[in-house]
Design a binder for this molecule. Structure first.
Ligand code: PLP
Length: 400
């Protein structure tokens, strides 16, 4: 409709949301679908965290909080950043919002306008380019192939920076590949960013506790504390604590930026839910045993899915360092013909073939800006993973 603003007509509905909808539609038609599109933990929020939410209600903590969040939550964030990542910051350098997604969006809104470029390494989380476009900016997509571990290299970063660059986005571990930056890789990127004081770095570390690699989890602000005026480190409770529905995310950054984010939030939502903030504070300061237990389960699933996918001729997969996704290449099936006589021209064709003929739902690599790949999620039971991989193997074997 012409009644809508450009910022809406120029963006897409999230492709993973669209894929999930397709699964619901097919299930409604009575089809049995093995769903590997899931973007959230299949675990329940731990009991002690739920109890903190219930207690907040009983105690009457049911009113607006400060725009930048309760002190209890910001202290929890401060403690977590300090003990886990070596990031030291004041309580006035922390903001809290309705999910990491909201923080990322408001940070863009605070800094991006027409003529501004944002460097987005591909494959990327589907929302980054659209968040840039929605705020009038231009995403500059930098392709980071399997040969570089799906990671941005210092040279590629340097080459992408222009006088119009405002941000570079780093997502570690990555959705969709699970690739994480090592401390040395972060130090090398920090060196480039340091040479460009007008460039900011947005580090989305929402999956950094779902970690399997044998190297240590590090954050750019931990390895390069001198970048404190240039780095926004974003995290949240959604993935680590199975709290996607509670909608709490947070960030640490330079005061000018945190103040700007808070100013916008004061006009948008005033604050995130007081009840959710109490639960998130309990999550960050309580025993971390549930996180460790779920990571064990995710790791077993990752190992199994990795082995099963690599056993299928035509598919191949790198081993994820973290998060709960695998991003296999389907280059070996492109150009093949299905039993119905259709040619698989792209990863989208392949994913649709799997959905139709194997009853397995996944998301095509094109959605993440790097083809030909597809993303499968391990945030589902081992039974579903094994059954889905068996169906995929059968369907691939039928290609000629
Ligand atoms: N960042 C990445 C890379 C994600 O995959 C997601 C969720 O899918 C988010 C941020 C958003 O998380 P939240 O639930 O905190 O908004």
């Amino acid at each position: 409709s012409e009644k809508l603003a450009n910022r809406v007509t120029s963006i897409r509905v999230s492709p993973s949301v669209a894929a999930a909808q397709k699964v619901r539609d097919l299930k409604a038609q009575g089809r049995e679908i093995l769903n590997l599109t899931v973007g959230e933990p299949d675990f329940d929020t731990p009991e002690e965290i739920k109890a903190a939410g219930v207690k907040a209600i009983a105690d009457g903590n049911t009113k607006y909080t400060a725009v930048n969040g309760t002190e209890a939550l910001r202290k929890g964030v401060q403690h977590d950043f300090s003990t886990r990542l070596g990031i030291e910051c004041g309580l006035d350098q922390i903001c809290v919002g309705g999910g990491a997604k909201q923080i990322l969006f408001i940070a863009m809104m605070a800094t991006v306008e027409e003529g501004i470029e944002v460097i987005v390494p591909a494959p990327y989380w589907v929302s980054y380019p659209d968040m840039v476009v929605a705020n009038g900016g231009t995403p500059v997509i930098v392709s980071c192939g399997e040969d570089v571990g799906f990671k941005l290299t210092p040279d590629a970063l340097e080459a992408a920076i222009t006088p119009r660059t405002r941000w570079v986005i780093l997502n570690s571990p990555s959705n969709p590949t699970g690739a994480a930056y090592t401390g040395d890789e972060l130090r090398a990127l920090a060196e480039v960013i340091r040479r460009h004081p007008n460039v900011l770095v947005m580090c989305d570390e929402i999956y950094d506790r779902i970690w399997y690699a044998d190297f240590k989890t590090e954050s750019i602000l931990g390895v390069a504390p001198d970048l404190r005026d240039q780095a926004l480190v974003v995290n949240g409770v959604s993935k680590s604590y199975a709290m996607t529905g509670w909608r709490i995310g947070y960030a640490v950054g330079p005061k000018f930026l945190i103040d700007a984010i808070n100013k916008l939030q004061s006009q948008m939502s005033s604050c995130p839910s007081s009840i959710s903030q109490a639960a998130a504070a309990a999550a960050l300061t309580g025993p971390q045993t549930s996180v460790a237990a779920t990571v064990e389960v995710y790791k077993e699933r990752r190992d199994r899915a990795y082995a099963l996918i690599n056993d299928i001729p035509g598919l191949s997969c790198t081993l994820p360092d973290g998060a709960f996704y695998l991003y296999p290449s389907c280059a070996g099936v492109i150009g093949k013909t299905t039993p119905d006589g259709a040619r698989i021209e792209s990863d989208l064709d392949f994913v649709l073939y799997l959905l139709e003929h194997a009853g397995v739902a996944s998301v095509h690599g094109g959605a993440y800006g790097l083809e030909p790949y597809f993303r499968i999620s391990t945030a589902t039971s081992m039974d579903v993973i094994e059954a889905a991989c068996a169906k995929i193997a059968e369907a691939v074997a039928k290609l000629s």
